[in-house]
Design a protein around this ligand. Structure first.
Ligand code: WT7
Length: 661
């Protein structure tokens, strides 16, 4: 099978890892889930299992059928009606939860903070929903949201959910072009943005970016701008009849209650764009009932949330982790969810630990790339702080190397806190493979075992299960409630992408994996042309099209290279148009060009300017060779290469190409 850049290292630790971490004393006794029998019950009768979870939410109308599976399509809770905003907000207004903090927000500039209780959140979401209605947004319409990590972001999402509009959040780090593509794909009627946000002490000019995008988004009628930075310091352009300030629009709402719309369980809740193997990002569609059931349950069990927990998922809401585990999952549980606007190193490298200490964070969910960053900075930044409030740690986004896992366990968890390494995807909506902290013995580097009701397998090219310790493709053999239902506007691509390789019943994840003798899963990274850079998914095709859109580039090939902090870095090989000389400043220009076209997360680490790309006789680019060159390894078998001289040329040009940062 195809291998990825992550695999060689992972293979070593699956074979050598012997460390075991059982649930700590006292933890198992108090965990939300203590009964291991649930795995078996869910396996025997998954529908009864999921129905019992769904009953914990509020339904305006009960469902007729738990699951309606006509492969590859599935419906969950058919006939049922509910509202996600009701379940995340109104449901918690009785009793003590009413005045409990729902969202605790910290801006990047130290000292900026806001806390919204469930009552406050109720007031804001109702108003925002009425505001959207007053702007002409109706049930079924799409609303694009391009905001920094500020409370208005979850408020806007919940307001959409309240009236049955489908939100499409676009990460604030994306470029005007990327924003325009996403708005146009969904034909959004309204865009919600901000004057800007803060990131590592600098201003991110969101409205300015949005203005550029809006030059080519005919569907957008109104633009609502949150005043985050301040009009005096950072003036923005406001177009008459199109642009309004969030606070003014909110103030002009005269009523205070917007009754939640009872929506079909399968009503589209949101779309979220992620990279695939082709150039065009795809808008995964999540629907209301199943998504909420899945995120509700996994937040409750995997993070073991209790009434007085202070829960902090550090992801940006612009990614699925933020949707499921900053917003919907925790709020559906009536939890306190912490939101932080900025980077971990601002104003200093102890910012996370400062927040944990001051806010008494008890459950922390972050990414391996961040953990490796902390490791590199040294434990002294964490050591300065009282982290005794922490009781559980989580990891997500990419395989966590055992060294980072153990460092996290020792220096952040102070050897007291279980670690849940959670495997899932934008498409899965919820965590599927993860320890349950009261039940599962963990092994550093393994996401352990599937959650109750989830049925993965690891198969070969023909769909046969592979043996213990063998490489294979990770697939899922039965649907779960929060699986993405489609790709927006392109249902054929959905089927082709996920359900064609092994037939309509088998969901193909795109990840490689192995299972050990205890049935633990060891994720090996992507097996397709998708990179995972600092936990963010980027398609190589997408990056290659950005490169060839530069006037100097005739052809480009992008590969992932090992990177000590980001997991994977990006190496780009470009053949220049004839007559254009390879110069060092052109390398830099091309890096910036990709950052501008796609977003700064996509900026290549290395750019190689070459006279030819190495190709096979059938004209396929030999990525394996490029990888070997980028890693400085001995170059492998080149017998199928059309012109071996190409390789010499690439090797000659290899020197001096590395980025300085
Ligand atoms: C891809 C999904 C899930 C939310 C964040 C990323 C990789 C994710 C793990 C993990 C090994 C992981 C996979 C997956 N991945 N979590 N715990 N161990 N790999 O969502 O952008 O949709 O990316 O991230 O390769 O396919 P995404």
């Amino acid at each position: 099978m195809a291998t990825t850049d992550n695999q060689s290292e992972s293979v070593v630790h699956i074979l050598t890892e012997t460390r075991r971490y059982p649930p700590p004393q006292g933890f198992a006794e108090q965990a939300n889930l203590r009964d291991p029998g649930v795995y078996e019950r869910a396996r025997e009768d998954p529908e009864t299992f999921w129905a019992s979870v769904a009953e914990e939410l509020h339904w305006d109308q009960p469902w007729d059928r738990v699951m309606n599976w006509t492969p590859p399509t599935v419906e969950w809770f058919t006939g049922g009606k509910l509202n996600a905003s009701y379940n995340c907000v109104d449901r918690h207004l009785d009793g003590a939860q009413r005045t409990k903090p729902a969202i605790v927000w910290e801006g990047e500039p130290p000292g900026e903070e806001r806390t919204l209780t469930y009552e406050d959140l109720y007031r804001e979401v109702n108003r925002a929903a009425l505001m959207l209605r007053s702007l002409g947004v109706e049930k079924g319409d799409r609303v694009s949201i391009y905001l920094p990590m500020v409370p208005e972001l979850p408020i806007a999402m919940l307001a959409c959910a309240r009236i049955g509009a489908t939100h499409s959040v676009v990460f604030g780090g994306f470029s005007p072009d990327s924003l325009a593509d996403r708005i146009n794909d969904g034909e959004a009627k309204v865009l919600i943005t901000a004057d800007g946000g803060y990131r590592r002490g600098k201003v991110v000019p969101l409205k300015e970016n949005a203005d550029k995008a809006l030059e080519k988004t005919p569907s957008v009628r109104k633009v609502v701008t949150v005043e985050r930075l301040g009009r005096d310091k950072y003036p923005v352009n406001m177009l008459e009849n199109r642009d309004i300030w969030w606070h003014e629009a909110m103030a002009s709402v005269t009523e205070s209650e917007c009754p939640p719309e009872p929506l079909d369980a399968e009503h589209p809740l949101y779309t979220l764009y992620t990279s695939g193997t082709t150039g065009k990002p795809k808008g995964l569609l999540h629907t209301t009932g199943g998504y909420l059931v899945g995120t509700y349950l996994t937040t409750k069990w995997v993070f073991d949330l209790k009434e007085d927990d202070i829960y902090w998922c550090t992801a940006d809401i612009g990614w699925v982790t933020g949707h499921s585990y900053v917003v919907y999952g925790p709020l559906a549980n009536g939890a306190t969810t912490v939101m932080y606007e900025g980077t971990p190193d601002y104003p200093d490298k102890d910012r996370f630990w400062d927040i944990v200490e001051r806010r008494k964070v008890s459950v922390l969910y972050t990414a391996p790339t961040a953990i490796r960053g902390f490791m590199g900075w040294g434990a002294e930044y964490a050591d300065k702080h009282d982290l005794s409030s922490l009781r559980l740690l989580g990891s997500v986004g990419e395989p966590i190397n055992p060294e980072a896992w153990v460092w996290y366990h020792e220096h952040i968890g102070r050897e007291r806190c279980p670690i849940v390494d959670t495997w899932w995807q934008t498409e899965t909506g919820m965590i599927l493979i993860s320890p349950l902290p009261g039940l599962t013995t963990t092994k550093p580097g393994s996401a352990t075992i599937p959650l109750p009701g989830i049925e993965p397998d690891i198969v070969d090219d023909h769909g046969n299960s592979v043996g213990v310790g063998q490489d294979g493709y990770l697939v899922l053999k039965r649907p779960w409630p929060s699986i993405a239902r489609s790709i927006w506007g392109d249902p054929e691509r959905y089927v082709a992408q996920y359900f064609s390789k092994y037939g309509p019943e088998v969901y193909v994840t795109g990840d490689g994996a192995r299972r050990d003798e205890e049935g633990y899963y060891w994720l090996m990274g992507r097996v397709d042309d998708v990179l995972n850079v600092a936990g963010h998914r980027l398609g190589t095709m997408e990056l290659e099209s950005a490169l060839v859109s530069h006037e100097a580039v005739a052809e480009a090939a992008v590969i992932g290279i090992p990177h000590s902090v980001k997991g994977q870095g990006i190496a780009a090989f470009c053949r220049l148009r004839s007559g254009i000389e390879p110069r060092d400043d052109l390398r830099q220009q091309l890096r910036e060009h990709v950052a501008k076209k796609v977003g700064s997360i996509a900026r290549p680490d290395n750019v190689y300017l070459v006279a030819e790309l190495p190709k096979t006789r059938s004209a396929k680019i030999m990525r394996r060779l490029l990888r070997d060159i980028a890693e400085g390894k001995v170059v492998g078998d080149t017998t199928t290469l059309t012109d071996p001289a190409v390789l010499e040329d690439i090797k000659r040009n290899y020197g001096g190409a590395e980025a300085t940062e």
